[in-house]
Design a protein around this ligand. Structure first.
Ligand SMILES: Nc1ncnc2c1ncn2[C@@H]1O[C@H](COP(=O)(O)OP(=O)(O)O)[C@@H](O)[C@H]1O
Ligand SMILES: [Mg+2]
Length: 290
């Protein structure tokens, strides 16, 4: 069986629970009836093809878009997330793909941008001390906190962006494609960082296209396809092929396309000019039930 149920049975409640969450953009159903649970101290990979709804889901959790339907429970309470500030106040931090760092500013300045310590005067010493503390906690390899972010590698920039999101003491951190632009060594560095986040008891949602990265750090993986749940798997129990099948929908296709082909070929032979589409739809439905 390709779809291994991966509901956790721990007594602890998930820190995040989404139930029946839907979102339309005009006529486009970006998300339909999505369920998702994430526990503290685990990394859940969120995967799916382009247009599957990953970014929309993240935007609902980070207060960019309101959902049309469904509920979000966070830290035991039903919540409405109306703005990015709401999300941060709840303890949901998102590191978007563009990182939103200021290249010309130093690491310290980026970390504390908008929340400088010291009411009127910045306490530079204290900010630097806290920066190092934070980066050490992440075992981050940053040469100096007084260099401009522009001079850092892609992995180091990702590290700074993640460190910054930790300053609000979030319970859930969402990383959108954290390794997409990185080489092998930098990817390893960022994946180590993701493991530190888990060790620190955070719940992590990591969006990724890279199955190797997903397999390396995730405890569970949630697959979205065409805006719907298409399986949640425990990483230890799923193969890369099974994951890719869930992402592409190949689980139905490989088996049922063949059935559909032979079915429609047979119908066409009986009734020349007959449409193949109904045969495919029938076969796909039979296939899905298996
Ligand atoms: N702001 C928007 N306006 C209209 N359609 C959108 C918007 N954002 C996303 N969509 C549509 O919603 C669907 C899901 O998109 P998205 O969440 O970006 O998927 P993913 O991140 O998995 O690639 C797509 O069909 C996309 O075109
Ligand atoms: Mg996206």
């Amino acid at each position: 069986m390709s779809t291994v149920p991966a509901e956790r049975t721990d007594s602890a409640a998930p820190v995040l629970s989404m139930r029946g969450v839907s979102k339309h953009f005009g006529a486009v159903a970006a998300l339909t009836d999505i369920d998702l649970d994430v526990y503290s101290g685990e990394v859940v990979a969120l995967v799916g093809d382009n247009g599957a709804g990953k970014s929309t889901l993240v935007k609902i959790l980070s207060g960019v878009h309101p959902q049309d339907a469904g509920t979000v429970t966070f830290d035991g309470k039903d919540v409405s997330i109306h703005s990015p500030v709401d999300a941060l106040n709840l303890g949901i931090a998102t590191v978007f793909q563009d990182l939103a760092l200021c290249d010309n500013l130093t690491v310290v300045d980026n970390l504390f941008l908008g929340r400088e310590i010291g009411a009127l005067r910045l306490n530079e010493v204290e900010m630097e001390v806290q920066s190092w503390k934070l980066l050490r906690q992440l075992s981050a390899k940053i040469p100096s906190v007084r260099v401009a972010v522009a001079s850092l590698s892609g992995g180091q920039r990702q590290t700074v962006a993640i460190a910054r999101s930790l300053l609000g003491s979030p319970k859930l951190i969402i990383l959108d494609e954290p390794t997409a632009a990185l080489g092998v060594a930098q990817t390893a560095e960022v994946l180590n960082l993701v493991e530190r986040l888990r060790e620190n008891g955070l719940a992590v949602i990591m969006i990724s296209h890279n199955m190797q990265d997903v397999k390396a750090v995730s405890d569970r993986v949630a697959v979205l396809r065409l805006g719907r749940n298409n399986g949640t798997f425990r990483m230890k129990e799923v193969t890369t092929d099974e994951l890719i099948a869930a992402i592409t929908g190949a689980t139905d296709n490989v088996v049922t396309q063949r059935a559909a082909q032979s079915g429609s070929a047979a119908r066409q032979a009986q009734a020349p000019g007959g449409a193949g589409a109904p045969a495919s739809a029938d076969a796909a439905e039979e296939g899905n039930g298996k």
